[in-house]
Design a protein around this ligand. Structure first.
Ligand SMILES: O=C[C@H](O)[C@H](O)COP(=O)(O)O
Ligand SMILES: C=C(OP(=O)(O)O)C(=O)O
Length: 354
């Protein structure tokens, strides 16, 4: 008999269940409070009942949890100092969607050596999120594999659906059941219409396949997520962070009955992947804020301890500490300047309570 299935499958390994991981690495009461209250503040910013700006800032991807803690320890005092103007949430990305191929993130290949030890990757990711939350630092991520939320979503305050997956029904269904506010990136061509359709779709109930807490394949039914919004990240046709782009997007979103306040990603298509341009984008946005822009709800910055990026070396001991192995990032001193510039612009707006 001809073999007709598994022609391209080498092996299938079993995956630890969400229940086992949650038992091993439980969410503390402090962490749960931080996650829930941060989500509430993000919702208020989205609805303009909190006039501050949401800032998602941190490495393009996490490959070294020690460097991520070091980064978090530097970011936390800034989050506290600038809290009257900015809701700062650390970018803690474990899953990388690739244009073609490449390292797909800490969950997929935590040892960076092609061993694809996903069970370790999931635990490492969850442990870092719990550690950051217990420190008082909320986390944002991109959710890519629809099975992963069961393992880490309870520790996530804000999630992105990326430019490469915003048009995917699977990701819209997943988003419809997630508990946190979600930013849908515009498509890689720069068009925001697919993200608007994603917001519409994810706001509705869906019935789809997933896993339950015990890891069993299940039929998942959702209510829809009312907290979807647009993230303008530029695209192949160029950047889309100008006031006119934001105004146009807000107008179109409002006409579809969707949240009209948008976030702008200073990186990716808006910086043409030149990390030095992120501060140029940020300065433009700060000017828009100072001029009273009502449609900008927040910004995203790709930032690490050390600027730029590096290829993954054959000898991993040659990795430069605190530098991205995916997209290039601004360094921490530049990040601090950018955050202070944005806070200053916002300060001009926040009404005095005196
Ligand atoms: O942010 C990360 C990258 O832009 C995204 O994962 C795609 O990367 P690639 O084009 O290098 O594959
Ligand atoms: C992949 C990312 O962004 P985008 O989906 O906008 O390319 C990212 O933020 O890491």
């Amino acid at each position: 008999m001809k073999q007709t299935s598994d022609l391209h499958v080498v092996e299938t390994r079993s995956l630890i269940s969400p229940a086992e991981i949650h038992q091993k690495l439980p969410l503390s009461e402090t962490a749960a409070d931080l996650v829930a209250s941060t989500r509430d503040r993000v919702r208020s910013i989205l609805r303009n009942s909190d006039r501050r700006l949401l800032v998602i800032v941190g490495p393009c991807s996490i490959h070294d949890v020690n460097a991520a803690y070091d980064y978090g320890q530097k970011l936390l005092p800034l989050r506290e100092e600038l809290a009257d103007e900015l809701e700062i949430v650390m970018r803690v990305y474990f899953e990388k969607p690739r244009t073609t191929v490449g390292w797909k993130g800490l969950i997929n290949d935590p040892h960076l050596d092609g061993s694809y030890d996903i069970n370790t990757g999931i635990q490492r990711a969850r442990k870092l999120l719990l550690g950051l939350a217990d420190m008082g630092l909320p986390a944002a991520t991109e959710l890519l594999d629809p099975i992963i939320p069961q393992y880490i979503a309870d520790v996530i305050a804000w999630t992105a659906i990326g430019a490469r997956t915003t048009e995917s029904q699977t990701h819209r269904e997943m988003a419809s059941g997630l508990s946190m506010p979600i930013g849908f990136k515009n498509g890689t061509d720069g068009s925001f219409h697919i993200a608007a359709n994603a917001m519409l779709s994810a706001s509705q109930p869906h019935h789809f396949l997933g896993i339950n807490h015990d890891g069993l394949a299940s039929i998942v039914s959702t209510t829809g997520n009312p907290d979807g919004h647009l993230v303008l990240r530029g695209g192949s046709k160029g950047p889309n962070y100008a006031a006119a782009d934001i105004e146009e997007a807000a107008y179109q979103l409002a006409s579809m009955g969707l949240h009209a306040r948008v976030m702008v990603d200073c990186s990716h298509g808006n910086s043409n992947k030149d990390y030095r341009r992120q501060s140029v984008v940020l300065s433009d946005l700060a000017e828009q804020v100072a001029e009273g822009s009502r449609h900008l709800m927040g910004v995203m910055i790709e930032s690490h301890l050390v600027e730029g990026n590096q290829p993954i070396p054959a000898d991993l001991s040659e990795l430069r500490y605190g530098q991205s192995i995916t997209d290039p990032c601004v360094d921490f001193p530049t990040t601090e300047k950018m955050l202070r510039e944005l806070a200053r612009a916002q300060r001009g707006l926040v009404p005095s309570l005196a």
